[in-house]
Write a protein that binds this ligand. Structure first.
Ligand code: HEC
Length: 347
């Protein structure tokens, strides 16, 4: 009797542990930085570096980490830059190549381009030092909401500059997406960066960041049930060519001799978000380059409309908000296919 009770209790305890572990494992990644509603800065603004003019589109395809300060800065700037250096050292070489640190001086009167370059390189051989005229600097700081103030000089002409100590993250599409405060630790920055590079900011967290400047995100309503069943369908039907992580086959950009392509990525690095949803459905149903050895097979007879819809929902759920905002103009307002959702996700 006693033995039986112990067994039952042990069973219950194990079950509880399993539930707790399940809950913990299912927790979405929590960023240490603040996710901001995506803000696109003015791409026409140029800043100056020792190697010539640059603007943020120069670093298209990379995450740009921007820090605003000045080289006379006694402690905050060196600590922040050193922290970025430590954080980057925790990334793999491949991830590291997808990040560019730019130190922008808001004190161009004292920071020459040469001095800035030297200063930035103290922290990382590929860190960039940049500045501009007052107008150029203000265009950048204003478009990103960065604040600074040049204090009046003392009797010796020395002055200090107050400036925000945040690090600003511009995503590969040129949107400000995240900010790390001065208190964020190097390990935390490394974790966030790894997640950003490998996954991007998941939809639900982007939505939590508040209303976006473009309201279109609301037209892309992801239905959790569809996303979930879409994942299973994707893994079963598409992953063997497009990759479990939707990463595609390396080298997919280069056309093969017969004009066909290897399977492209469908996730965050995809180019298919430039197509309309109707075109994607058409490709999935009819296939592409069917007469060539490497081709996209037709799924018309194997997948129902609803299943294709679910797969697309799963694919969209992996995109960054910027891709979605761009794409939403091409999307239908409601899910393509019936049935209507039973539960509406909170926007
Ligand atoms: C047997 C391998 C294979 C499978 C399985 C496969 N694909 Fe493809 N897919 C390809 C190839 C190869 C291409 C590139 C065709 C080309 O451009 O020549 C492609 C292209 C695409 C494109 C891009 C078309 C464009 O115009 O850019 C989409 C979207 C796509 N596939 C979605 C899917 C989905 C969704 C599934 C699962 C239902 C799937 N694929 C399953 C091989 C595959």
């Amino acid at each position: 009797m006693n033995k039986k009770r112990t067994l039952i209790l042990t069973g219950i305890a194990l079950l509880l542990i399993a539930v707790i572990v399940g809950v913990v494992l299912n927790q979405p990644y929590k960023f240490h930085g603040f996710i901001v509603p995506p803000v696109q800065h003015d791409n026409h603004v140029f800043l100056r570096t020792q190697d010539g003019p640059m603007n943020l589109t120069t670093y298209h395809d990379k995450y740009v980490l921007l820090y605003f300060g000045y080289t006379y800065c006694p402690d905050v700037c060196p600590t922040s830059l050193a922290k970025l250096k430590t954080a980057l050292a925790e990334l793999t070489d491949k991830q590291r190549k997808q990040v560019q640190v730019i130190f922008v001086s808001v004190d161009p009167d004292r920071d020459t381009l040469e001095k800035l370059n030297e200063y930035a390189k103290l922290f990382g051989t590929d860190f960039i030092g940049a500045t501009g005229t007052r107008t150029e600097i203000d265009l950048v700081t204003e478009s990103l909401g960065v604040e600074y103030k040049i204090n009046p000089p003392d009797e010796n002409g020395n002055y200090s500059v107050d400036h925000s100590a945040n690090t600003y993250v511009i995503d590969p599409m040129g949107y400000l997406v995240m900010m790390w405060s001065h208190d964020t630790l190097a390990e935390e920055i490394a974790e966030d960066l790894t997640y950003l590079i490998e996954t991007g900011i998941p939809v639900d967290q982007q939505l939590l960041a508040g209303p976006t400047p473009t309201s279109v995100i609301c037209s892309l309503t992801l239905i959790p049930e569809f996303v979930e069943s879409g994942q299973g369908l994707y893994e079963h039907n598409c992953a063997q060519c497009h990759g479990v992580d939707l990463g595609g086959i390396p080298g997919w950009r280069t056309p093969l001799a017969d004009g066909s392509h290897l399977a492209p990525p469908l996730g965050i690095s995809s180019v298919i978000w430039q197509k309309t949803e109707a075109e994607l459905i058409e490709t999935i149903k009819q296939g592409k380059n069917l007469n060539k050895p490497i081709h996209m097979p037709a799924f018309e007879s194997t997948l129902s409309d609803e299943e294709i819809n679910s797969i697309l929902q799963y694919i969209y759920s992996k995109w960054s908000i910027n891709q979605k905002n761009y794409y939403a103009g091409n999307l239908t307002q409601t899910p393509m296919f019936s049935p209507a959702p039973t539960s509406t996700p909170t926007p």
